[in-house]
Design a protein around this ligand. Structure first.
Ligand SMILES: Nc1nc2c(ncn2[C@@H]2O[C@H](COP(=O)(O)OP(=O)(O)OP(=O)(O)O)[C@@H](O)[C@H]2O)c(=O)[nH]1
Ligand SMILES: [Mg+2]
Length: 197
């Protein structure tokens, strides 16, 4: 590992960065890869494959007609918060059902997750919510506000997704680092509170 990727880079030896693994999950095309790309301080690792005419029939593209690629394994990025001595490792999941078998591997060691949702296709993110509920992994729901989508309130989203009380719902634009930062702060706070840290 070179010094650019060292966990002690930019911090004094007594206070190295605390590494936290965060999953970025949600249904097909909700903006997971976009989120990891917009915040990562290193060149993100992405595994995009072209959506072919054949797979376009399986992949529901309503509302995201400009989308030409899809994640086939994972996204990986990193963002540090020097003042808090935290370094987040972001792992984006593939959104399509046929890649579900990878989720258990990706989830290993994660302290929390962001479930991104697109309110035009809310049902696409049900499975991700259920996945984290079943495994008791703390998560927040981040509503990625696509142009033209109706802006539901947090309680409305919570009801539609049948969330437990206390699961944070935040609104974001996955294309904007500032907005993604707020989502990540929420997930870290929620995860640490949930684990009693
Ligand atoms: N208008 C708008 N478009 C967005 C936003 N976030 C993502 N997009 C676009 O929506 C499309 C889907 O984004 P991706 O980041 O590939 O979605 P994904 O969840 O990684 O998709 P899969 O990996 O295929 O499940 C892309 O064309 C993005 O440019 C957003 O906040 N607003
Ligand atoms: Mg993706």
């Amino acid at each position: 590992m070179d010094s650019k990727t060292s966990d002690t880079e930019g911090s004094d030896e007594a206070f190295p960065f605390i590494p936290l693994k965060i999953l970025v999950a949600g249904g097909f095309g909700v903006g997971k890869t976009t989120l990891v790309r917009s915040i990562s301080e290193i060149t993100p690792v992405t595994t995009e494959a072209l959506i072919t005419a054949a797979s376009a029939k399986l992949d529901h593209l309503e509302g995201i007609e400009g989308k030409t690629t899809t994640t086939v394994a994972m996204d990986f990025g990193r963002i540090s918060f020097p003042a808090q001595k935290l370094r987040l490792y972001l792992w984006g999941t593939p959104g399509q059902d046929r890649f579900w078998f990878m989720w258990d591997e990706l989830a290993l060691g994660a302290v929390g997750a962001v479930v991104l949702v697109d309110t035009r296709r809310l049902a696409d993110s049900f499975a991700a919510v259920e996945y984290f509920l079943d495994r008791d992994l703390p998560f927040v729901v981040a509503v990625n506000e696509f142009d033209g989508s109706y802006s539901y309130t947090g309680p409305e989203i919570g009801e539609a997704l049948d969330l437990r009380p206390g699961v944070p719902v935040v609104h974001c634009d996955a294309r904007l680092a500032r907005s993604v930062t707020d989502v990540l702060i929420t997930v870290v706070k929620h995860s640490l509170a949930a684990t009693g840290t």
